[in-house]
Design a protein around this ligand. Structure first.
Ligand code: PLP
Length: 273
């Protein structure tokens, strides 16, 4: 694998960031995961817009988005993959111990790994930890993801592939790496961004293309929703067949199936929707 690190493409073994990078020492960094299909990135402009928003939210210098685009193109060309996961990491940069912030400019790392298509349906669990919808990091895609790592490990222990969080006021929020949609009385809903969830790019496209309502939902809606699905860059739309001990009927229900097919048609038309 060849990785872009601060202006240069390097073999993975030679790619280096400083051990004093503030992203490494305190998680002062942001990231994006972009899907590539046969070397073409999906929704790259939306991802770069969100990278810029996350940088503003964290108080990092604005990333040079032309450079990020060039880095992505170079990494894609150097790492052929049928289905790829492009990872853009932008960190606080080198920060001598004791200083608040990077003093030698931010760090940019872009890597690409081949991935497999996710199954169309999966099991999820709920976790007792909450997303803080009023926290400084709410809605930012930062590298401070350890809470998600812990929740996802809990999901794996229980034979599931995703864990869902409530926010501090008991509303449905999101998964460790996905947004969540539920069907109630045949209508499709997803929590609003004010719930503390990430403004997922797949979520936004799904709302636009299916007309789903953004609705504040109590967490226990998961006990009665007729259908549930997850959205994320590497999943597109993935139906949920089990939440904790509750089995949902059969495969993807009618609303989920329709959303999957609309998404497949629309996303196929335009690689930068
Ligand atoms: N929520 C969280 C916490 C995420 O990390 C992600 C993506 O990784 C998502 C939601 C889904 O966002 P997107 O559709 O932009 O991949």
């Amino acid at each position: 694998m060849r990785i872009w690190v601060n202006g240069e493409l390097r073999a993975a073994d030679d790619a280096r960031v400083s051990v004093l990078d503030h992203g490494l020492t305190v998680g002062d960094g942001i990231f994006e995961t972009v899907r590539t299909t046969d070397g073409r990135p999906f929704a790259l402009t939306r991802h770069l817009d969100r990278l810029a928003r996350s940088a503003r939210g964290l108080g990092l210098p604005a990333p040079d988005l032309d450079e990020v685009r060039r880095a992505c193109a170079a990494v894609i060309e150097a790492n052929p993959a049928a289905l790829g996961r492009l990872r853009i990491t932008y960190t606080g940069g080198i920060s001598p111990l004791g200083s608040d912030r990077g003093t030698a400019g931010p760090g940019l790392v872009v890597a690409l790994g081949e991935v497999k298509r996710r199954p169309d349906t999966t099991a999820v669990i709920t976790v007792p930890w909450t997303r803080n919808e009023r926290g400084a990091l709410a809605g930012l895609k930062t590298t401070s993801y350890a809470e998600n790592v812990v929740a996802l490990a809990r999901a794996h222990e229980r034979g599931a592939t995703e864990a869902l969080f409530a926010n501090t006021v008991g509303q449905l929020c999101e998964g460790t790496g996905s947004n969540v949609f539920v069907v109630l009385d045949g209508q499709l809903h997803t929590p609003p961004v004010a719930s503390g969830c990430l403004a997922g790019i797949t979520r936004a496209l799904a709302v636009e293309w299916t007309g789903a309502q953004e609705t504040e939902l109590p967490f226990d809606v998961l006990e009665r929703a007729e259908e549930i699905f997850l959205t994320s860059t590497l999943r597109d739309i993935q139906s949920v067949h089990r939440v904790d001990g509750r089995e949902l009927p059969g495969g993807p229900g009618p609303v989920t199936t329709k959303a999957m097919s609309v998404f497949g048609e629309r996303a196929g038309d335009d690689l930068d929707p």
